[in-house]
Ligand binder design. Structure first.
Ligand code: TXA
Ligand code: MG
Length: 318
């Protein structure tokens, strides 16, 4: 990014945008104005998240329906409690692993978080962006900045607009994970891969369209792959899994044979704890690999593998 990345410009209705030092951008936010600022994903068009009039201006300028919630950017994880009334353990894990960074967490909103931010919903989207300018702005401002992406906002400045147009289609926004309802749901795929989220949580997020169980504590609900899953006893593996066939995804304790053409072959951990930790992410990755069946080598019939054998037998198709 060019020098412009460390400056701000006034969005809209300004013919010749001036680059602004951070303290001026902070002053504009404090009096209810809008500032465009870079994040590590895309530009944001920001307003003081605690000022309903300022947030309303974002909607006006973007022509955005009021029912569409906006992400609140914060500069410090300590500010979470100001916006969210409940911070589940999964949120802490993901925040510690990925913030500052391109991940947005959807949590149950605090009563003081205005409904103009949430499209009238009971949840709020929050993230700490990883870009140094965004962070400096947030820290000097001290509050939350509500900001939709400004990537289709072509009037910020000729330079920025050019830059933004160039990047359209390439720039990927933050990954959005909903943690407000128990089992994590991936609302928007983004910079951070679902597999990395799954690895951090020990459970693969559901996709947006699946029926997310609403009951808390459903975190251990099993993941049933869409593709048929077959469990194969270890001592029959050599006879059953022959050749180097296409179309299958494999989870095995072994390495793939030379020239294997499986859509994906995952060599599983021999440690039950690690195996269990990775299981749903692995099944999900195999399910999405384009295979037409998933072959899983049965873990040993010893007590330390019982829970995993149980989960596998529930995931299998027959
Ligand atoms: O990378 C990004 O996320 C960029 C930068 C500027 O942070 N922002 C961004 O904002 O992409 P926007 O407004 O273009 O997209 C935000 C998405 C919307 O699809 C919105 O529906 C969703 O986040 N979202 C925000 N709050 C939500 C909530 N409480 N529940 C469900 N979805 C929410
Ligand atoms: Mg957007």
């Amino acid at each position: 990014m060019t020098r412009a990345s460390s400056r701000f410009s006034l969005p809209a209705r300004v013919d010749a945008p001036r680059p602004l030092p951070i303290r001026d951008a902070v002053a504009i936010l404090r009096r209810g104005g809008l500032v465009a600022f870079p994040t590590e994903t895309v530009y944001g068009l920001g307003a003081d998240a605690s000022n309903p009039m300022a947030v309303a201006r974002i909607y006006e300028v973007k022509g955005r329906p009021a029912s569409h919630p906006v992400i609140v950017h914060i500069g410090d994880v300590g500010q979470l409690a100001r916006w969210a009334r409940e911070i589940p353990e999964a949120a802490t894990k993901l925040a510690m692993r990925f913030w500052p960074g391109p991940l947005t967490l959807v949590l149950r909103r605090a009563p003081s978080a205005g409904s103009q931010l949430t499209g009238g919903q009971d949840t709020i989207g929050l993230r700490i962006p990883g870009h140094p300018v965004a962070l400096q702005l947030l820290r000097e401002f001290g509050g939350g900045i509500a900001a939709p992406s400004a990537n289709r906002f072509g009037r910020i400045s000729p330079t920025t607009a050019e830059h933004v147009r160039d990047d359209l289609g390439k720039e990927i926004e933050s990954t959005i994970v909903d943690l407000s309802r128990g089992r994590p749901v991936l609302l928007r795929p983004g910079r951070i891969a679902a597999g990395d989220i799954a690895a951090t949580l020990g459970v693969a997020p559901l996709s947006r369209d699946s029926d997310a169980p609403r009951a808390p504590g459903a975190l251990a609900a099993h993941y049933a792959p869409r593709q048929p899953l077959r469990l194969i006893e270890s001592d029959r593996w050599g006879r059953s899994v022959t050749g180097t066939s296409h179309g299958r995804g494999v989870l095995s304790f072994r390495s793939p044979p030379e020239g294997d053409m499986s859509t994906m072959w995952i060599k599983a951990s021999g440690q039950p704890q690690q195996y269990g930790h990775d299981l749903y992410a692995n099944l999900r990755a195999l399910d999405l690999s384009g295979c037409d069946q998933i072959l899983v080598e049965e873990p040993p019939a010893t007590s330390e593998w019982t829970a995993i054998r149980d989960r596998l037998s529930r995931a299998r198709s027959g």
